[in-house]
Design a protein around this ligand. Structure first.
Ligand code: NAD
Length: 388
């Protein structure tokens, strides 16, 4: 039984969720994260972001003294198991930014020893785990290493963690045995494969979802352009017919699906044409909506309210949210744009729902937070989400 593990990036969405899954099994966790603000909150038992059951799990972890922290590399405490959960964004050329992981690996070369096992939990370009292992080997640190993708819906990690088998791709049999032994604490069902296979599995899963959402968005645009009622069509496709189980049209955004589809495109030497089509359909939905409103209204005389700024319903995460693209495009055409969101805390321009409702001429439901179902108004509400 591992008495303590280390999580690098442990104050982030994936890192903290995994930390709390571990503390719920009575495993101590050393959180290393450069975000001192988030660490301050976690120490007080306050979640820095929304996660279902997070406050409950965190309270117990803090009460039982199961967490320790560092924010500077010279304070980092390594353990046998060390999990890396850093962000892996893409750059302006839609290619993965390697430097975040390579920088931390280079720092770690100074402190890692042969007993440490490095588990990469960030979503990475296929080949990354082996590449990082080679950097360490070049520094004479031939340590155990595995890739262990996070496959859970953001905000529901604590609930979903035990529902699915875990996937690992270890660098060699010794690493696989050790990683499996660690994960057996949580689950007996573990799928093992090569690191590259595990890495691409995660990219395939996210790209698949991204493409699925794009089909719904494309169907919506086709039907709507022909003045057909897509909500009714969607109902007819799905009702008591599970082969028609198409997601709702709507803004498809966030820190993962777009980015991972682009990572897969880069990996395929830009031959993932379906992924690129999905990107232009999903991103293009904003312009479709604005063009539609421009045809119908003189927007230069209208105040437009955007309801929902997080990238998805019931979330406080605004990373890569298309609500902000909508705001930008609308600002070019309308008298004024107002924004509201019940969960987002880190945007000083956000107003209360009442304020936006009272002042706007037109409102757009950009994020389908449940609370918007209760709105009763005679004003124009533009909503493409079905079941809403
Ligand atoms: N958010 C999700 O639901 C989700 C789901 C599956 C996979 N992923 C993947 O997991 C990875 C992490 O995503 P996330 O959403 O948790 O990102 P995040 O930004 O919420 O978390 C990353 C954390 O790393 C910290 N950090 C950055 N540089 C650091 C450094 N040099 N040393 C220590 N800490 C550092 C940040 O302060 C932050 O707290 C990404 O690769 C992402 O694609 C995310």
């Amino acid at each position: 039984m591992n008495k303590e593990i280390t999580i690098i990036g442990g104050a982030g969405h994936v890192g903290l969720a995994f930390a709390l899954i571990c503390t719920s099994k009575n495993i101590k966790v050393h959180i290393h994260d450069t975000n001192t603000q988030s660490i301050k909150l976690i120490k007080k038992g306050i979640m820095p972001h929304k996660e279902k059951n997070g406050p409950k799990f965190l309270k117990i972890a803090v009460k039982n003294n199961l967490l320790s922290f560092s924010s500077k590399i010279d304070e980092l405490k390594l353990n046998k198991i060390n999990v890396v959960c850093l962000g892996t964004p893409i750059d302006e050329f839609l290619n993965p930014q390697y430097n975040i992981l390579t920088d931390i690996i280079k720092l770690l070369t100074k402190v890692l020893n042969k007993d440490n096992h490095l588990i990469i939990r960030s979503t990475v370009f296929p080949g990354t785990t082996r590449y990082l292992h080679q950097i360490l080997k070049n520094h004479k640190k031939n340590i155990n290493m595995s890739f262990f993708p996070e496959r859970f819906v953001q905000g529901l990690a604590l609930e979903e963690f035990n529902k699915f088998p875990h996937i690992i791709g270890s660098i060699n049999k010794k690493s696989e045995k050790e990683c499996r032994k660690f994960l057996n604490i949580f689950s007996k069902e573990i799928i093992t494969m090569k690191p590259e296979e595990a890495e691409i599995t995660k990219l395939f899963l996210n790209s698949y979802r991204y493409v699925q959402f794009s089909i719904a968005n494309q169907f919506y645009k086709i039907a709507d352009s022909a003045n057909l009622d897509y909500k009714l069509i969607n109902y007819a496709m799905k009702h008591k017919y599970n082969r028609g189980n198409i997601p709702s049209p709507g803004f498809t955004a966030g820190p993962c699906l777009f980015k991972d589809t682009m990572q897969l495109s880069a990996f395929s030497n830009n031959n993932f044409s379906l992924g690129m089509e999905a990107m232009s359909t999903n991103e293009g939905l904003v312009n479709y909506i604005v063009s539609k409103l421009l045809k119908k209204y003189n927007l230069s005389k209208k105040i437009v309210g955007i309801l929902g700024m997080s990238f998805k319903a019931e979330s406080d995460d605004i990373r890569n949210s298309l609500s902000y693209k909508l705001k930008k495009v609308l600002s070019l055409h309308s008298k004024k744009v107002l924004t509201t969101d019940p969960y987002v805390k880190n945007d000083k321009n956000i107003q209360s729902l009442e304020y936006v409702k009272n002042r706007s001429d037109i409102m757009i439901i950009a994020t389908p937070h449940k609370i918007y179902k209760k709105i009763r108004t005679k004003k124009i509400i533009y909503n493409i989400w079905v079941d809403f």
